[in-house]
Design a protein around this ligand. Structure first.
Ligand SMILES: NC(=O)C1=CN([C@@H]2O[C@H](COP(=O)(O)OP(=O)(O)OC[C@H]3O[C@@H](n4cnc5c(N)ncnc54)[C@H](OP(=O)(O)O)[C@@H]3O)[C@@H](O)[C@H]2O)C=CC1
Ligand SMILES: N[C@@H](CC=O)C(=O)O
Ligand code: NA
Length: 365
């Protein structure tokens, strides 16, 4: 019979972030034998591995077992039943970008199943979903953490929560919130040198694991809009949705209707001149162009899009996939609290998920 010091873990999604999470989970299970972490379910969109008697799946071999499995994933309501019936507490780790999985969070939480996730969809969907998630968690006592939904593993959500919960008042949040956009502009329009070809940099960002599963979700500005929706809500602004404020898209008009991400990437080189024009216009003023976002609490305004910056500006000087996020608050006055570092990539994102899991374990086990 398992003791209360055992926690069952279900992992949905084993892509770039999911794979890195499994490797961190394996190290965590070895380093900290208590509570005993029992991986009881793992799935991709097409396959799953689980045992109806909750026997643990070896974390080290989970990916191999998943790729050779002949089982289909359970329906979300079945996963909730399965985890609610586990012999002790269970945690769902959602490493997908699925809206369907996100929509089921209130169900999981109401059944006492805690959630950790880098998926932005639940927290930036309708305001009702946001309310349902936190109401379900508070009623059942299940925990929900989503640090990597903004700034990957950077401590953005935890910092904002700490500011608010200790009574500070956020007045403005601004910065670079997309690892993909940061990488693209840092390499396409660097402060020094001529930079690469736009469409080739987009392909590179995908290969490096920075983009969303469909890179159009980054280029249309929606990924940044989702992050700002999450931060605005946490700061006390009940933003209705990521499409309820101005968001600039970098998708060429001619490619707005292509049916797949792959077709989009194939056709993008034909439209490189559009981004070249934007870059030259900034260069003519001695500046560089970057993709940024801001939330102004007093005017209740949120915006996402391109802006030009002096080459000496900290935003212009970012490297790689770095994010930079400035919190202006009553306490910090005119010198904002600034968080900077890699904002995308499998390992740094999984780090946020694993550290959330550690927080949950310390509260439920
Ligand atoms: N990559 C990054 O740098 C960051 C990512 N994130 C977030 O992390 C999440 C994962 O990103 P990433 O790993 O890069 O994406 P990937 O596309 O690499 O992986 C997504 C995984 O989810 C699986 N999946 C999709 N839908 C379902 C479903 N309904 N049920 C079960 N499995 C499903 C896919 O399965 P299949 O392989 O069968 O398609 C795949 O294994 C996203 O929400 C993203 O926004 C957050 C911060 C940074
Ligand atoms: N596609 C996103 C991944 C992290 O949220 C990004 O590039 O920032
Ligand atoms: Na984060």
């Amino acid at each position: 019979m398992p003791t209360t010091k055992q926690v069952f873990i279900a992992v949905i999604g084993a892509g770039g972030v999911g794979k890195c999470f499994l490797s961190q989970l394996s190290a965590l299970a070895t380093r900290k034998p208590t509570p005993k972490l029992s991986l009881c379910y793992i799935s991709s969109s097409k396959k799953a591995v689980f045992n109806s008697d909750y026997n643990s799946i070896g974390i080290e071999n989970a990916l191999q077992e998943l790729s050779s499995s002949s089982k289909s994933p359970l329906a979300l309501s079945q996963i909730a039943d399965y985890l609610a019936g586990a012999p002790s507490k269970a945690v769902l780790v959602d490493n997908t970008s699925s809206q369907d999985v996100a929509d089921a969070y209130p169900l999981f939480l109401s059944r006492g199943i805690s959630i950790v996730t880098p998926n932005k969809k639940a927290f930036s969907g309708s305001y009702k979903l946001w309310q349902d998630i936190f109401a379900a968690a508070s009623e059942s006592g299940a925990k929900v953490y989503h640090e990597s939904s903004v700034g990957a593993g950077l401590p953005v959500i935890s910092t904002l929560k700490d500011l608010v919960e200790t009574g500070d008042e956020v007045t403005k949040i601004e910065g670079v919130f997309s690892g993909t956009m940061s990488f693209l502009f840092n390499s396409f329009a660097p402060v020094e040198g001529s930079g690469g070809q736009w469409s080739a940099e987009v392909k590179k960002a995908k290969e490096l694991g920075y983009t969303e599963p469909d890179p159009r979700d980054d280029l249309n500005g929606l990924d940044v809009a989702r992050k700002l929706t999450i931060l605005a809500r946490l700061a006390g602004l009940p933003v209705e949705s990521p499409t309820s404020f101005p968001v600039q898209s970098l998708i060429p008009k001619e490619l707005e209707t292509v049916s797949s991400g792959d077709e989009f990437l194939e056709k993008l080189p034909g439209f490189d001149s559009q981004m070249e024009e934007t870059k030259s216009a900034a260069e003519k003023q001695g500046k560089v162009v970057r993709f940024v976002g801001s939330i102004d609490m007093a005017s209740k305004s949120v915006k996402v899009g391109l802006e030009t910056f002096d080459k000496s500006h900290p935003i212009a000087a970012l490297k790689g996939s770095d994010n930079i996020i400035s919190f202006y608050t009553k306490r910090y006055g005119s010198n904002p609290l600034i968080i900077q570092g890699a904002g995308a990539g499998g390992d740094v994102t999984a780090m946020g998920v694993t550290s959330d899991l550690i927080k949950v374990l310390s509260q439920i086990a």
